[in-house]
Design a protein around this ligand. Sequence first.
Ligand code: NOJ
Length: 517
Amino acid sequence: MGPAWLKDAVFYEIYPQSFQDSNDDGIGDLQGIIQRLDYVSQLGCNALWINPCFDSPFMDAGYDVRDYKQVAPRYGTNDNLIQLFEEAHDRGIHVLLDLVPGHTSDQHPWFKESAKADPNEYSARYIWTDEALWGMEGRPYIAGMTERSGAYMLNFFASQPALNYGWLNPHKHWMSATDSPEARATIEAIKDVMRFWLDAGCDGFRVDMADSLVKNDDEHKSATSAIWREIREMMDCDYPDAALVSEWSNPDQALCQAGFHMDFYLDHQRNGYNTLLRDYETEGGDHSYFRCDADGDIRRFLQDYLPKYERSREHGYISFITCNHDTPRPARTLSATELKLAYAFILTMPGVPFIYYGDEIGMRYLDLRTKEGGYQRTGSRSPMQWSRDENMGFSNAAPEQLYLPVDPSQDAPCVEEQLADEGSVLSEVRRLVALRHAYEDLQADAPFVVIDEDETTAPFVYGRGELLLAVNPSSAEKRYEGELLRGRRLVYQIGQPSVEEGCLTMPGQSFAVLASV
Ligand code: NOJ
């Protein structure tokens, strides 16, 4: 299952642009993150994922890497990043960097060489046809911009050419096989990048678009998985304490086949996770489970999640997220109480949870103009709200200099106030994370079982190891009766649940954790 530290890991995702500016230039930086490590630690998080902080023209917020081995000057230096690893480790915090293996920026020196007409070492580092005029088998491509005659494949935006890991069944002579020297060279180049940062002290990687490597891969992604297994072997052998989490959202493939330690449960595919927090894009309004009285149904989540959990639990961890830099913040639609219940659920599920910066105070999704290729994602990327000081404590720069504007509302949530308020979302999150650390049964490995999913009159009741948990996001009081309640007492609650004589009463919008006496 990988490194032992994952069992009790609670991650905090930091979008470095927007977390803390330490040098008054309006943009977050590594020293800023270092200054806030005590905050992360007091939140109870013992691991970080930092979005790409490497040299980049920032056409996609850094997911367009120009130099994998160089920290972007706006964030600081490589030495600052190494200092961050050390300071984090001093506090018992592991640090994952963001690895973008599927593409680079079109400004990357490899690509610039690759685009030259004269063949060179990098000619086949990317996927090119041998003629600029005929397109690329229905794949997104660019042609007509380079001295080389050929179209090159895109992996995401126009600035992100696809690296060449070969094709599963190459049927044109310009397609490389997965075991061709050029595909092998790409794998070795990415391994080299990983080694570079692991040797410098990082604890692993979040892997961007991990399923996107081999083109025309089969439906099981067998060839792409084989590459990750090879990389996992390298890690098991040389960096056994390092961890990999995939942006794949398919645990059957990512965990069971490809060997990732963790796989994100993302909202991309309108899956079970989405039905919990963001079921507002289907017709007929919002039916998110944690929206009070929105007619949500936990079974829609369970139908999707349970089979995935059962099949993958021996192989790795499904990672629940509060949100991420691509996803609308949950506070876009959920109230403070709804957020508390949703986070209580996420933080008591198996696997390894991730909290996106600012979600712990209920930061809002803002209506912002696109920045660095963010488009509608930009609204979830605004500066962290620390206090009521200038720019909410994010930066001392003039407001118009900021990377993105801070939430202008008078009642914008902030850390300082919520720390002083026992009833705040932040205080609840801190208590929930502490609870998870206190009970091994709430951590990554303890089994999850459904006890009562019929919510007509009962709350949703589930088990984690020896613990019994219940959640009632509706406004109606619900009750659960059962043998399992015998000899149990409440060890955590939101709202006013009560248990007596074999009956658990859950008032509207409540959550309970019960342990054996
Ligand atoms: C997924 C990342 O999370 C997203 O922000 C990025 O734009 C794409 N991959 C492309 O790298």
